[in-house]
Design a protein around this ligand. Structure first.
Ligand code: AMP
Length: 286
């Protein structure tokens, strides 16, 4: 069932709650792919009822980012959700979520702003305000859907750490479940933004996964110095790659790791054909 209005979905949630059913929420921006479907599958396994939100959230995009051209494929998304047993697709318009606030008049919207330490690094460095927008929309969705579980991908590793922090800090009654990164056979991490890449760009984008895999292999061989590990990346980079960051942090706390250990996650952001791609790998077990 596709719903656009907050009051409509609340009515359905109320009925489910009365029946004692557990509810899972999978927040997405649509253009669904197998990565999203893995979250939906996990939600189906864990919960009695599953809600997928499809909302391209204007307040998490910077003014020079791809909000306007972000792929919007609601009809196909709804079909995929139906095929995969989703109970409700919640696809509100920006006005439904923010009234007249949001993109152009942020001053009338109350934001959730994660601690500076969490947002002043990695993606937050270039995407100023991005995680304020993410946390604000996620908290709104959690308040609307009141799920027992919410499902997020490791693909956006900084995001899931920050969302977990918000939930803990604000005592939000939900359990956050993190799901592994789904990749194409080639190794390319699935992303809605891959649609912007040409076939050649897709090949060039394989460098991200290769860099991460090679770093993990070097770590397994005993190299733990992050400077030395970072240097191994250059063998995979050419003028087609615009590397934004390649960082080593603790996978739970986001603290920098100069010496890598089994709790380290290596994160990369790199532009290929001017498409900003991110990926990451755990050096220890998943
Ligand atoms: P998005 O629609 O890009 O905002 O992503 C919605 C959710 O799907 C987020 O929790 C992402 O981390 C997750 N996700 C996106 N791509 C993948 C992937 N390749 N594997 C697993 N989860 C993913």
């Amino acid at each position: 069932m596709l719903l656009n209005k907050i009051e409509e979905i609340k009515k359905n949630i109320k009925v489910w709650k009365k029946e004692g059913l557990t509810i899972g929420l999978v927040p997405t921006m649509g253009a669904l792919h197998a990565g999203h479907l893995s979250l939906i599958k996990k939600a189906k396994e864990t919960c009695d009822r599953v809600v997928v939100s499809v909302f391209v959230n204007p307040i998490q995009f910077g003014p020079a980012e791809d909000y306007d051209k972000y792929p919007r494929t609601l009809e196909a998304d709804e079909k995929l959700c139906k095929e995969n047993g989703v109970d409700i697709v919640f696809a509100p318009a920006p006005k439904e979520m923010y009234g007249d606030g949001g993109r152009l008049s942020n001053d009338i919207l109350t934001y959730v702003c994660p601690p500076f330490f969490y947002v002043n690094k990695l993606c937050g460095k270039t995407r100023v305000g991005h995680f304020d927008g993410v946390c604000t929309v996620v908290l709104k969705l959690l308040n609307i859907v009141q799920p027992d579980y919410a499902f997020f991908g490791q693909k956006d590793a900084q995001q899931v750490i920050i969302v977990k922090k918000m939930v803990k800090d604000l005592n939000v009654p939900v359990k956050i479940i993190q799901c592994p990164i789904i990749r194409e056979e080639s190794g390319l991490a699935l992303s809605s933004r891959n649609k912007y890449l040409t076939e050649e760009g897709k090949k060039d984008a394989l460098a991200l996964g290769k860099i991460l895999n090679n770093i993990k292999a070097c770590y397994k061989k005993g190299i733990t110095d992050s400077v030395a590990l970072r240097e191994t990346a250059y063998a995979y980079l050419s003028e087609k790659h615009d590397l934004e960051y390649l960082e080593f942090v603790d996978r739970d706390t986001l603290e920098d790791r100069t010496i890598a250990d089994n709790n380290t996650v290596v994160l990369i952001a790199c532009r290929v054909e001017n498409v900003r791609l991110i990926d990451n790998i755990y050096l220890g077990e998943n």
